[in-house]
Write a protein that binds this ligand. Structure first.
Ligand code: UDP
Ligand code: MN
Length: 207
């Protein structure tokens, strides 16, 4: 069977959230055999994200897990719990028979469609440029997780990779890492100071 591309996207409520998810959906919708695992940092699945996903045209799974407040401080790694919930879902719902590649796709980035071209993931691989892992590697290492403890900021990904692979198993992609296929685009925070602080009428605008 041809591999399914799983993209794990942690996301949280803020004014630019739907814009970010929209940009991702525009790319992901064009990729065959794609499955989007969206994990909200929230105590529930929000209506905004549920509605968005239902209409986005990408096959998806909608999960949620709330990051405790004490972990939400500057310099602390983000999205740890969300990525782990997505890994748990994959381990529960996919098996040895399922061919797949797992990408970690934060909602603030921009992804080139070239990243998902077949020659970029057809081999048994772990990809440090785009950071993708073969689904079977994740299933074969059921205890591998993103860790808060002992993980320095920005090192969670490499800590995770160390649990499931050796450096010699890594395959550089993107023309030996000389090309960039993911951009960390920062969407500017909108100024909403002039918007009414409290809803004054019955019209509720979903941003
Ligand atoms: N994120 C989250 N909860 C938060 C902050 C961030 O789920 O409280 C998600 C965010 O939507 C993104 C990922 O975690 O998908 C990484 O966050 P961010 O891009 O802010 O981190 P950075 O790239 O600056 O380390
Ligand atoms: Mn980011």
């Amino acid at each position: 069977a041809l591999p399914v591309i799983y993209a794990i996207t942690p996301t949280y409520t803020r004014p630019v959230q739907k814009a970010e998810l929209t940009r991702l959906a525009h790319a992901f919708r064009q990729v065959p055999r794609f499955h989007w695992i969206v994990v909200e940092d929230s105590t529930t699945r929000t209506e905004l994200v549920a509605r968005f996903l239902a209409r986005c045209g990408v096959p998806y799974t909608h999960l949620h897990v709330f990051t405790p407040r004490r972990f939400k401080r500057a310099g602390m790694p983000r999205a740890t719990e969300q990525r782990n919930v997505a890994l748990a879902w994959l381990r529960q719902h996919r098996s040895k028979r399922d061919a797949g590649v797992v990408f970690f796709a934060d909602d603030d980035n921009t992804y080139s469609l070239e990243l998902f071209e077949e020659h970029n993931y057809h081999r048994r691989m772990v990809d440090p440029c785009g950071f993708a892992v073969n689904l079977q590697v994740i299933l074969a290492n059921p205890r591998a997780q993103f860790k808060r403890r002992g993980s320095q900021p920005g090192m969670q990904e490499s800590d995770f990779l160390k649990q499931i692979t050796k450096v010699t198993d890594l395959e550089p992609k993107a023309n030996n890492c000389t090309r960039v296929l993911v951009w960390h685009t920062r969407t500017e925070k909108p100024h909403l100071a002039n918007e009414p602080k409290h809803r004054k009428d019955t019209v509720v605008i979903e941003v």
